[in-house]
Write a protein that binds this ligand. Structure first.
Ligand SMILES: Nc1ncnc2c1ncn2[C@@H]1O[C@H](COP(=O)(O)OP(=O)(O)OP(=O)(O)O)[C@@H](O)[C@H]1O
Ligand SMILES: [Mg+2]
Length: 254
């Protein structure tokens, strides 16, 4: 086992809307070690996105401790949080969150624009490497509106990878994709994980979670269970078991 990348202790998140308070996380404690691939599951409203946003430094706990990469981040200033996030974390959203009328390559370069230590030339080079890495060579000038859902998710993954972060967080990365495209994206995540990165992803689907090594289930803002995956799925292998695309098309045509 590697050392912990993520360590949270007794984390609460209370949302306040007017005089109404809602406790979305009620005392979550967990550790995720370097190089793990972890799924977070749970019913809608159980607190998965709330937890991911805190882990990704997009939000703060109302109470509780967060240690990221050995460093307490609960009390960091916003500026330092942003800086740490840009160096340490790649975040991928279900809805891709791309700029629709901006070429793929410029979308990918975005996180590097905060990095004043990197020259423009180097930024272009890094963006191109990330674009190639996710299999989108030749599509650098395409706008997200001209790409399929799977290709848009690849752009979002390239954008998350461009800073070369050790930790990748993804909130329902395959939620908007069909089975085949979802498996392709999962195969890419498994490759990225094999390169030595820590990957944490939220999913509703048991098959997607089975591609990870460990499954944490939330219920009503608490950890219900946390267990290793018994029989791990290999997404590339599952993909090869699907009927060829032409057969599927022919079935649709009939
Ligand atoms: N900004 C907010 N203000 C008030 N309540 C919120 C806010 N964001 C989330 N909540 C509430 O907190 C609870 C947990 O929300 P969260 O988005 O973390 O759930 P989730 O597990 O990601 O659900 P889903 O599977 O539908 O994405 C829900 O009851 C939700 O209504
Ligand atoms: Mg959610």
């Amino acid at each position: 086992m590697g050392k912990p990348v993520i360590s949270i202790r007794d984390v609460f998140r209370v949302y306040k809307t007017g005089i109404i308070e809602f406790v979305a996380l009620r005392g979550v404690s967990l550790e995720i070690n370097e190089g793990e691939m972890v799924a977070i599951m749970g019913a809608s409203g159980s607190g998965k996105s709330t937890l991911m946003n805190i882990l990704g430094l997009l939000d703060r706990p109302t109470r509780g401790e967060y240690v990221l990469g050995g460093r307490s981040v609960s009390a960091l200033s916003r500026e330092n949080q942003t800086k740490l996030r840009s160096e340490f974390i790649g975040f991928i959203f279900q809805q891709f969150h791309l700029l629709p009328r901006t070429p793929a390559i410029d979308n990918i370069e975005l996180p590097l624009l905060y990095r004043l230590d990197i020259s423009g030339r180097e930024r272009h080079k890094m963006s191109r490497i990330a674009l190639d890495r996710v299999g989108l060579k030749g599509r650098e000038r395409s706008h997200p509106t001209q790409l399929s859902g799977g290709q848009q998710q690849r752009v979002a993954i390239a954008r998350a990878l461009v800073t070369n972060p050790p930790l990748l967080l993804a909130d329902e990365p395959t939620g908007n994709l069909d089975t085949r495209t979802g498996l392709e994206i999962l195969a890419l995540f498994q490759e990225i994980h094999r390169e030595g990165r820590t990957v944490v992803m939220v999913t509703h689907e048991a098959d997607v979670a089975a591609c990870c090594e460990r499954i944490i289930v939330l219920r009503d803002g608490k950890v219900l269970s946390d267990a290793p995956v018994g029989k791990r799925l290999n997404a590339a292998e599952e993909l090869s078991k699907l009927p060829p695309l032409e057969v599927q098309m022919a079935e649709v045509a009939q």
